[in-house]
Design a protein around this ligand. Structure first.
Ligand SMILES: CC(C)(COP(=O)(O)OP(=O)(O)OC[C@H]1O[C@@H](n2cnc3c(N)ncnc32)[C@H](O)[C@@H]1OP(=O)(O)O)[C@@H](O)C(=O)NCCC(=O)NCCS
Length: 148
């Protein structure tokens, strides 16, 4: 979990919170989840999806939660949920979701094996199934583009 208060340095030139700030935080928290699962260094191979459900304002408190949804040979899909709280009001909104592919690497940057994911709950089973669908779609898309 990562908590970040949005201050003046997080704004774009129009005075709104910069989307790239949220993406960077998603990348950081996904990296932490990948490091924890694989017990070592990881790199971001892809940010597969990022949604911006609602605008976020300066002064809001962001909480980012990340979970490894699936683990393959050397890569993992990490899902990130972002919630924003207006501290003065106390309301919490689900503002963003993201899926990132993190690859575990050794000291030379070469992909290394990751441990299998231990799935215990129905929610984890559902997330793993969904991650498998996204991976199949990614590979099918790549196959079609490269093969075509
Ligand atoms: C990610 C990286 C290590 C993959 O290296 P590679 O030589 O393509 O390795 P492989 O082809 O053996 O693929 C390794 C794994 O990465 C996955 N992968 C590679 N490119 C991918 C992509 N674009 N999207 C999703 N997954 C990808 C493969 O599916 C494979 O997963 P698996 O072992 O679980 O089946 C390499 O491309 C890299 O170092 N990229 C730069 C990463 C980086 O600098 N990130 C930003 C800063 S952290």
């Amino acid at each position: 979990m990562l908590v970040h208060w949005l201050g003046p340095t997080d704004l774009n030139s129009a005075g709104f919170v910069h989307g790239g700030v949220i993406m960077k935080l998603c990348d950081q928290v996904a990296g932490l989840a990948g490091v924890r699962h694989s017990a070592g260094r990881v790199v971001t191979a892809a940010m597969d999806r990022m949604t911006f459900n609602e605008p976020i304002e300066i002064g809001e408190l962001l909480t980012l939660r990340a979970a490894v949804n699936a683990a393959w040979h050397t890569s993992m899909e990490v899902g990130v949920r972002v919630e924003a709280e207006r501290p003065a009001v106390g309301t919490v909104r689900h503002t963003n979701s993201a899926y990132l592919t993190m690859v575990a690497v050794d000291a030379d940057g070469r992909p290394r094996e990751v441990p299998p994911l231990e799935i215990e709950s129905d929610v984890e089973r559902r997330r793993e199934r969904a991650a498998q669908v996204r991976r199949r779609n990614r590979l099918a898309e790549r196959e079609e583009i490269v093969g075509g």
